[in-house]
Design a protein. Sequence first.
Length: 399
Amino acid sequence: MKLLETDIKNKVLNSMMVILDENREDLIVANKKDLEAFKKEDQAMYDRLIVNSKKIDGMIQAIKEVEAQEDPVNQVISNNVLENGLKIVNKTAPFGTIMIIYESRPDVTVEASVLAFKANSKILLKGGKEAIHSNTVLVNFWHKALKENNLPIDYVQLLNMDRVATQKFLKNPTEKLDLIVPRGGEKLIAFVKEHAKCPVLISGRGNNFLYVDENADWQMSLKVILNAKMDKISACNALDKILINRKIKNYNEKLHELQRVLSDNNIDILVDEKINEVLINETLIQEDAIWYEEFLSMKCCIGEVETPKEAIRKINKYSGGHSASIITSNDKTALDFMQQVDSAAVYQNASTRFTDGGKMGVGAELAISTDKLHHRGPLGLKQLVTNKYYMFGDGQIRE
């Protein structure tokens, strides 16, 4: 693809911000149609679907932040000259065409598009059918912004396809795909990996763990647990599993206090056999599979461990590799935990809710990658590029 000048890219982003601001009502009316058609069995998905004026302010802010960031394309990564005079320059380069598959969140339609466009890539948006009216209006806004700046509208495309059509498209795309990012559950990810013919960057499940060490500040623990669990239950960085070191002082009393705090906030509690010996009235976990599950609801599991190593083993076995936190005043224990837990983001004495591009200083994000190639964690503007080697010679040959 031809590289666009930074100035023209930023002009498109400015146009989009103005269009969004001036046409709020059109978007809210379209979103109301989606909300009215939605069956509310899945509260988390419903919450993610809602667009109001505050959500639109967030969309505009996301575009503004991307506009302010340095252009990620054509940046020099390394610059070397060989003994024979051959000059080798490694630069960042666009992916080309990126496809994102996601559900429910119209704000992803904005964030994915602004990131891909500034990274000089086309974006194919396969949003969920539950947000079709909202996404159609938003893509029309993007097309208007592109037209205002004399650019083709195919930089941002909305794909309105069912599962069968999506499968066919993945197997035989109508244009070359360079990267696919599925944002959703394990079934969606498995579906895409099975059928895609290009690289797939996994934005996997959350199922985040918090371990309370024997040297934890207990009141801090309660505060962090409540924030991580309740601040936004529909977020992939929300807390689902709590592990408590049985050697913590006043173990039984602390468990009962945790039980009261969670119950007072209408959080359903599931417990393992050891915890059930203390919290005898709570639901006993019957199947191992529950430890793998991402809840996205007012529910959490509490389990007992005897050592930090046991906590690490359990987290690495069951978690989605997204976020994990340790509450402890022992910095060595914390560092060991953070180095050995196999997650994209690890914390000491803080809520998992900070695993977010905006909160981590990355800005708007395409996804939180739980993959290890080519990037892990928030996939922001700087990460949405590949690289290319430029070789400059004057007749060198390899001998």
